[in-house]
Structures are given as C-alpha cells and as structure tokens.
Design a protein around this ligand. Structure first.
Ligand SMILES: [Mg+2]
Length: 246
C-alpha cells in the first residue's frame, strides 16, 4: 500500500496568470472560426473539458467540437513551450514536493489539465516532471466535472491511501465526493478564510509557511498499512479469497 499525494497544478503548484485563458480562446477560434466573447461564470476548479464545453455553450458554439479543441490546445501548448514560455512556481512548492518524497509518500497529479499541458506547465515553472508518478496521476481534460475526475482516481487507487492538495472549494467538494482527504492552500484566487469552510484537514496560506502543517496532515490522513489491509492483501482475485475466508 502506498500513499499518493495528488497535487492540483493551477493555483497550487503554479501561480495562475491573467493570460492563462487566452490559449483556450485561441484553440476555440482556430477550430470554430469564432473567437468566444462571452465569459464563463466561476471557472475556478473546473476541469479543462468542463470549462471548454462551458465556453462553447455560452457562446452558442458546437460542443461536439470539444475533441478538436482539446487537440488544438495541445498543439498551442507545445508551441508556447517551444517559445520558452515561463511560469512561476508557487512559493514553497518545490520544497514541498521534495519533503513529500522524503516522507516516503508518492507525488502524483490530479488536475483539470490534460497530461501534455500538465507536463509543459510543470517544465515552464521549473519542476522536474519525473518527480511525479504519471502512472498514478489523473487528468480531467475529458472529465465533465471534477467529481468525475476524483471518482476515477479513487477507484484506480483502491487499496491505497490518497490525499488531494488543491486551492479551490471545488477541489474540496470533489475530494469529499470521492472520500479522499483534502488539504487546501491559499495561493490561488481563494483566501485561507474562503477555504476554511471546506472539509480541508488543514488550510495553509502557502506551501512555505504551511509546510509543517501540511506534512502533519498527510501523516494523520495516511492509514498505516497494518491497520487497513485493503484489497491488495487478498491477492489478484479478491472474491475467491474472501469467500474462502468466510
Ligand atoms: Mg487549482
């Protein structure tokens, strides 16, 4: 049994930028020929797939083009990366990743971005993508909601512990619906006060001043292997083993 620390990217590991949405508009314009002008209300914490669908919808554009828009978004992200685009890592994020690994836990991603975009963003902010377990990372570019994303992560990690670290109340709600403990960090658009009403085990201002509290919360949330046998203890075929034990 492992403990996976599932990091959100935007606002958690990397500061949001006001221009971040431009790539969405560019992708949609290049696919549909129309540049969206109508904004989406309350986009923070939406998955990329959810946000793109919402932009298409409120602008009266064909939602059936989502696949093409996502493809175009990957193309534009790669081009942006190749132009040497730089992003800012959130304060303390690099050290937090290192501390999690030192604690014997596994760093992974749970993000509304697709895997290509996630990799480019991490590289642009100076993270080493190899510090994350990509086999046990979950990407929401095709998820209709963040709940869909966390439910998929929960079932993929059956028998393991997981903790989600994110920056929006939506991250907390999605963690709750999947039964995954949540830790909140206020480096996105939400203040610590706004994140306090979530289910977060702890709310920290940032990953530098808040690192000790984050590590304590992970320790508390991670069930020692001996106390929770999980499905893995029953081998490849849990039904057979379980009925034999009855
Ligand atoms: Mg976020």
């Amino acid at each position: 049994m492992s403990t996976y620390i599932l990091w959100d990217i935007d606002g958690t590991l990397i500061y949001n930028t006001p221009s971040a949405g431009a790539l969405y508009l560019d992708s949609i314009e290049q696919v549909t020929g129309v540049r969206p002008t109508e904004p989406v209300k309350d986009p923070h914490g939406m998955t990329e797939g959810q946000l793109l669908l919402a932009i298409l919808e409120v602008n009266g554009l064909d939602q059936g083009r989502l696949g093409d828009v996502l493809y175009q978004l990957d193309v534009l992200s790669r081009e942006q990366h190749e132009r040497g685009h730089v992003r800012d890592a959130c304060i303390g994020a690099q050290a937090a990743i290192a501390a999690v690994a030192e604690g014997g836990w596994t760093n992974a991603l749970l993000t509304g971005n697709g895997p290509n975009r996630a990799r480019y963003k991490l590289l642009a902010a100076g993270f080493d993508p190899e510090d994350f377990d990509w086999e046990h990372s979950y990407f929401g570019h095709e998820s209709p909601t963040r709940h869909h994303l966390t439910a998929g992560a929960r079932s993929a990690l059956a028998g393991h512990d997981a903790v989600i670290i994110g920056d929006t109340p939506n991250d907390g709600l999605a963690a709750d619906s999947a039964g995954i403990p949540f830790i909140a960090v206020a480096t996105g658009i939400y203040s610590a006060d706004q994140l306090l009403p979530t289910s977060a085990l702890v709310v920290v201002d940032d990953l530098e001043s808040g690192l000790p509290a984050v590590l304590r919360a992970i320790e508390t949330a991670a069930t020692p292997a001996a106390e929770d046998p999980g499905l893995e203890e029953f081998g490849e075929n849990p039904d057979v083993e379980l009925s034999a034990a009855e």
